[in-house]
Design a binder for this molecule. Sequence first.
Ligand code: ADP
Ligand code: MG
Length: 317
Amino acid sequence: MEFDLIELIRRHTAVSRDDVSLGIGDDAAIVAVPAGRELAIAVDTLVEGIHFPVGTDPADIGWKALAVNLSDMAAMGATPAWALLALTTPSGDAAFFDGLARGFAEMATPYRLALIGGDTTRGPLTVSVVVHGFTAPGEALLRSGARVGDVIMVTGTLGDAAAGLRCLAEADRSPYTALIERLNRPTPRVSAGQALRGVATACIDISDGLVADLGHICAASGVGAEIDAAMLPRSSALLTHFADADTIDLALGGGDDYELCFTVPADQAAEVGAVMARIGCGSTRVGRIVEGNSVRVHDEAGETITLARAGWNHFDA
Ligand code: ADP
Ligand code: MG
């Protein structure tokens, strides 16, 4: 039974790569790192009821489990190559495995990412993915390089996924499909991250909310940050369905967007914006790096905005 389910996953996710000598089927996979490259490795876990609501489409779970890991590759400027999938499910329901593998494959195929192994166990629904990507030595985008005077930029729009989560409670979800899609099917900014190699001084993906994640750049770089709330990029879907003050709150504190937040020297910001536009990725300046050790947000009048809840932390009371 378990082996039929693994075979089902293997069939859906088959991608042939020269650097995979041995994929799913033995006790371990065998791969070859290309000469002159280093590995970037990350793992992220999605737990039912915490990272996705009970009842989420299995294909959305498969997509998101890989997407959040590819977002970590994007934040490092790495090129994704291989993944492992550790799956814990309450039952061996073939339809569930089929849907999950399809969603996973939809996200993997455009990157020619190979699923090279995993583990399948029974228990509360939990999906862990390990992803491996390539970087040239010294080229990875770190959190620690932001300098006073750098411009802070973000890709895409912010707050949509957190707004989508609120909309799940609506009896009729149809007006909110664009927002719910951002929650269930995030798009990792892989090519944007690669385009930022050698240009961005620091980079992080926004999984816990802009203020929280920019705070990690500040801590790692030993700097502070100022955000202009009026400059926060917000989608038309968000602006249509939420009050202006709520859109600011969601853009600052809402998690799950998987956009990139990065810093660039001020004299390169315009060029970086143009490069991002050329690869079809919107980007917006939202603030600047300053001396200090915290993230401050101000409105158009220069008044400081305090967040209701600064990001997501699993271990907060
Ligand atoms: P072992 O008992 O040696 O760990 P398993 O029965 O767990 O072997 O796995 C058999 C093969 O199937 C291994 O190559 C493993 O990597 C792969 N595999 C198991 N579960 C998954 C999964 N959910 N996704 C992808 N590959 C898997
Ligand atoms: Mg095993």
